[in-house]
Each structure stands twice: as C-alpha cells, then as structure tokens.
Write a protein that binds this ligand. Structure first.
Ligand SMILES: [Zn+2]
Length: 257
C-alpha cells in the first residue's frame, strides 16, 4: 500500500478482510474507501489520518465500535456503517461539519451522540437498531453530592470562560491540568461546565422539524445534564435515559476508594 501515494479510490468490497493494515495511512490522497461485505472487526486509527476522505463505506462488517479519531476526517460527506454491531457512535460527531449521508441501519444503537441534531444531514438511515422508546421514564431523585475534585473543576472551567479571569490567563502554564479539563462537557440545560459528573439523558429530535429532512420520524439523541437541580426544573424535554443511570461520580468514588 505504501507504493500507491496517488490512489484516490480504493474498493475492497466482497472479500474476507479482517483488518486494514496500519500502512493505509500512506494513502494520503484517498477520497473514497469502500470495504463493504468483509470481516473487519475494527477500524485502524491510521485510517483517520486520511483527511481527504469524503466517502467511507464499511457496510456489512463486524465492527463493534468506531474510533473517535474518525471525526478528524472533516471532509467526510458520506459514511456508511450499516449492518455492523455498533452499540454507540463516538461522541464529538458534530466535528463532521460536511456530513450529508449517514447509514447506521442494522446496528445496536440505543441513541445518537450529543449534538447529533446539529449535523447538516440530508439522508439518514437508521432502521433496525435498539433505540430507546419515546416515552417519559421516572427519574430517581437522588441527593447528589459532588466530589471536591468535581466542584473545583467546575469552578475552574467556569472561570476559564472569561478571558479576563486569572484562571484563563494562568491555565496555559499548567498543561496537565488543561489536558484533564479538556474532557469536560457542558450542561444541555444551564450550559454550565462539568468534568466527570453528569446525568445521562435523552431528548427526541424530529428529523423534519429540527433537522430539515423529509422524514417525519423522531430519533433519540443523547444529552448530558450537570445536576438534578437542572433536571428537576420545569419546561424542558430531557428524559432520564433509563439505560444506565450514569453517575460517574459514584464510579469515581468506587475507583478512588
Ligand atoms: Zn445544568
């Protein structure tokens, strides 16, 4: 593969390929890759270095996950991953600012990742998955106790948003802290920052109304909320996902203890 630096289209359909070699990264001009109907079990991270890729077809393989680095391929307009074993799509999908066609039919998805509805999609195929049903589920009104680490992280993240704050000016001098804080998220309701503690919720997005597509179906999209305080406010349409009452706070404590 190393000897084909000018290759633009690569079609490996209908073979018995189990893995793509790391050397695939040398095909730096590749725009279309099709590995339909093979036996791929994973997508090599090296594939994600091919930033000219505009179309990837991985339909009918054995993929159980996609690497988050796939979102480095910002020229992607068409992504076909139907008939695999995907349980979820990695977070950060909004980075694919040009994605117009997505086929995830015939997988095991329960919902779409955060901010999915902000993609400029024109076509979406998603039948044959395990999506959470569109019905409100009761939430557990736990008392939430944040760890000191989480409280400090939220304070620092909030301060960092203000360009004139001391925190914002000093953070670049603490690279390991910056790396740690980079994993934080933002509450879908109050827009406040959080680091490792959130409530996993779901909201139902209308393809027609919210994404301007022809289909009138609604799809579940993941949303993260910073606290029960936010979750318990009236007038929002986020539901507890009911899949895993995701309280990494608790997991954190178990790990630390
Ligand atoms: Zn909030």
């Amino acid at each position: 593969m190393g000897g084909l630096p000018n290759l633009v289209v690569l079609n490996l359909n209908h073979n018995q390929i189990q893995r793509l070699p790391a050397e695939i990264r040398s095909l730096s001009k590749l725009q279309h890759l099709s590995v339909l109907d093979n036996k791929l079990e994973e997508v090599p991270v090296e594939l994600c270095h091919l930033i000219k890729l505009s179309e990837i077809n991985l339909t009918s393989n054995k993929l159980s996950r996609l690497p988050q680095e796939l979102y480095h391929c910002k020229e992607l307009t068409k992504l076909y991953v139907a008939r695999n074993k995907l349980i979820n799509l990695p977070e950060g999908i909004r980075a694919l600012e040009k994605l117009q066609v997505l086929d995830v039919a015939g997988n095991k998805l329960s919902m779409f990742p955060v901010e999915f509805h902000l993609l400029p999609l024109k076509e979406l195929y998603f039948e044959g998955n395990r999506f959470v049903p569109c019905e409100p589920m009761p939430s557990v009104q736990d008392v939430q106790v944040l760890t000191l680490k989480e409280l400090v992280a939220r304070f620092v993240l909030k301060e960092d948003r203000s360009r004139s704050s001391l925190v914002h000016r000093m953070l670049p001098y603490y690279p390991c802290l910056t790396t740690l804080l980079a994993n934080g998220g933002c509450c879908a309701l109050c827009l406040g920052p959080f680091l490792t503690t959130w409530l996993e919720c779901v909201h139902f997005v209308s393809l027609k109304k919210d994404m301007k597509m022809r289909n009138s179906v609604t799809i579940p999209v993941r949303a993260l909320i910073c606290s029960y305080k936010c979750f318990n406010t009236d007038g929002h349409s986020y539901y507890a996902s009911g899949i895993s009452s995701n309280l990494p706070d608790k997991r954190d404590r178990e790990r630390e203890g």
